[in-house]
Design a protein around this ligand. Structure first.
Ligand SMILES: C[S@@+](CC[C@H](N)C(=O)[O-])C[C@H]1O[C@@H](n2cnc3c(N)ncnc32)[C@H](O)[C@@H]1O
Length: 381
């Protein structure tokens, strides 16, 4: 394997089914920095666990791009189902579809892994949950190579790693990315730190959150505004909390409408686990939580109501495409006459897109920051 091989692998990667655009890349300089550092530690007997591989650059770099020997086993955990699917698509295109195993964050991923490669997550909470899992399940001699873009890194990350590893060594930055090398693992014991549960007194709701979930156990201010319209939102036979995060919208709706079948769905595994835990913690048996990309596995016309607080970030970039993809999905999954209730930052001016992708849209309310709109799915034809 050669550096050239790595360039070819990275250059061939696509983000699909995640949103694709000229300013959104499937890999970054952190991936090549991690792969370079890994090459000095790899042997043909190595078992490598990859965590946070966005679209497969690390996994496929190890298997097909080098530099360094191909490890005996590559296991990979990605929180987003879009990342998992992109990795499989990219692997198939490179002809290495069978070389890795995709696993949840846990013992199967980490037991026997001598090397762990990590694209540093955005939040300290997610880093804590990952570090705890490594310390709990990886062998004592495991080395963690954690890399990120310098502008997204903080000393708090060193401090979190320092709770789980006796040695944390920051490396010199290259192309605006930096590695932290963590070793001498301190075994984690007792109850894992995540999920956490907090009681939200305003909603009288127990909110459960894994480390990677949007807003943790907090109530997002857009979600809070959407919830003030709950008395106006119609009772439906089948409702979806789309992009459910911790499942607050699903829980509050289900509590008010006990006869409704509520589906809480998100592309993030941490979100879906959190929403399921929130439903159980509040005794809401009518909620089912499912991981999916923009309801791709739901039949057209199968829902009467969709509640949505859409994302406006894709990873670390602000991009309207994430919200538009979900509006389009709502247009497909709603039955004619079904309603999409959504909240968004007023400056985004989503009205015309909602009209086009779903149907006639009425602004139900505005506060200084947010707009709440209801769109009625137009009849086919
Ligand atoms: C602004 S957060 C809202 C979370 C939650 N509904 C709340 O109100 O607190 C947007 C959520 O959409 C999810 N999301 C983004 N793109 C998605 C996609 N393509 N399919 C499903 N969920 C998606 C994110 O993972 C995130 O949890």
């Amino acid at each position: 394997m050669t550096e050239n091989g790595l360039g070819q692998v990275l250059g061939s990667l696509r983000r699909h089914p995640d949103v694709e655009a000229a300013n959104l890349q499937a890999w970054d300089a952190t991936d090549s920095l991690l792969l370079d550092a890994a090459s000095g530690l790899l042997t043909p007997d190595s078992t490598v666990a990859v965590i946070g591989d966005n679209y497969g650059a690390l996994t496929l770099g190890l298997l097909a791009g080098g530099p360094g020997p191909v490890p005996a086993e590559v296991r990979v955990h990605q929180d987003l189902v879009t990342g998992e699917r992109a990795l499989r698509n990219n692997a198939a295109a490179l002809g290495v579809a069978a070389g890795f195993t995709q696993l949840p964050l846990g013992t199967e991923l980490l037991s026997g892994a001598d090397l762990v490669l990590l694209q540093l997550p955005r939040t300290l909470a997610e880093l804590e949950e990952i570090s705890d899992a490594v310390a709990r399940y990886a062998p004592a001699g495991a080395v963690l190579l954690a890399g990120g873009r310098v502008k997204h890194m903080s000393l708090g990350m060193n401090a979190v790693l320092g709770k789980y590893f006796a040695k944390v060594q920051p490396q010199l930055a290259r192309q605006k990315s930096r590695l932290l090398i963590a070793s001498d693992l301190l075994r984690a014991e007792g109850t894992p730190p995540y999920p956490v549960t907090d009681h939200n007194a305003e909603l009288d709701l127990d909110i459960c959150a894994h480390g990677a979930v949007f807003a943790g156990t907090r109530l997002d201010i857009g979600t809070r505004f959407l919830l003030t319209f709950l008395p106006e939102i119609p009772a439906a036979a089948r409702a979806v909390d789309l992009g459910c995060g911790t499942g607050i919208l699903a829980a509050m709706y289900a509590r008010r409408n006990p006869g409704t079948e509520v589906l809480a769905t998100d592309r993030s595994a941490a979100a879906v686990a959190s929403a399921g835990a929130t439903a159980r913690a509040n005794g809401l048996a009518g909620i089912t939580a499912v991981q999916d990309d923009a309801m791709s596995t739901l039949p057209a016309g199968s829902a009467d109501l969709i509640l949505l607080n859409p994302p406006f970030h894709l990873g670390s970039s602000v991009h309207a495409g994430a919200g538009l993809k979900l509006f389009e999905a709502a247009g497909r999954v709603l039955a004619p006459g079904g309603q999409l209730w959504t909240v968004y930052n007023s400056h985004l001016r989503y009205g015309p897109a909602l009209e086009r992708l779903v149907g006639p849209t009425t602004v139900k309310g505005r506060n200084p920051k947010f707009t709440v709109a209801a769109s009625v799915r137009r009849a086919a034809g």
